[in-house]
Design a protein around this ligand. Sequence first.
Ligand code: ATP
Length: 237
Amino acid sequence: MAPLLEVRGLTAAYGALTVLHQVSFEIAPGSITTLLGANGAGKTTTLRALCGLIDRQGEIRLEGRPIQRARTEDIARAGIAQVPDGRGTFQSLTVEENLQLGGISRRGARAIADDIERFYTLFPRLRERRLQQAGTLSGGEQQMLAISRALMLRPKLLLLDEPSFGLAPMITARIFEILRQVNETDGTAMLIVEQNAHLALGIADRAYVLETGEIVMSGPAAEIQADEKIRASYLGC
Ligand code: ATP
């Protein structure tokens, strides 16, 4: 099957500091891929490069179409939605306004209203807090909102930067369960950047490990999860 996303020789720098060196990977349609690696390995930078938020060189293709020169808003319109670290909700807007904004580029008021209802059913806390400003939500609720808002775009590919960061294990487990559910029912492909390798390998089909800006290993997530030696050498867990 042709890949949904194909990245070849991706290089990115902050000024004179090159932090991604010829990074290549693929994401199959409808699959969950995780990008693992220690602090500073370049995971967030990879997501930023995919969304056109920093200058990058190399080839990025979405369904075969080159997007490496596209603007961030066109990349979103082409079907890539991002849940940035630090969550990225509009803090002074209400939960419901955030969800409505997520669907702003879509047509069909009925379908948008149905989707908002769907996320309220998946995350009842968001329904309870629908008229509350996003900035007043707990960390877990903000993460639920950020994910729902990104999914309101009905993306082909959802990029998530450390969705477990700073959250209690029970909340993280619930969020990951819903990600899996959305992946299964809608076929939304996901790229999850995580420092919590166990958690990410538990949900992913395929994993890539990034070390100082280079992919040093990749394979089926279940195989990496089951291989103690690989985990110890590459993931320290
Ligand atoms: P973390 O989990 O800590 O976020 P990461 O794997 O996501 O790590 P990046 O945030 O992509 O790593 O950072 C990769 C490298 O780029 C690091 O050396 C970091 O210090 C550097 N870096 C990140 N953002 C900037 C920036 N805005 N300006 C300059 N250097 C940066």
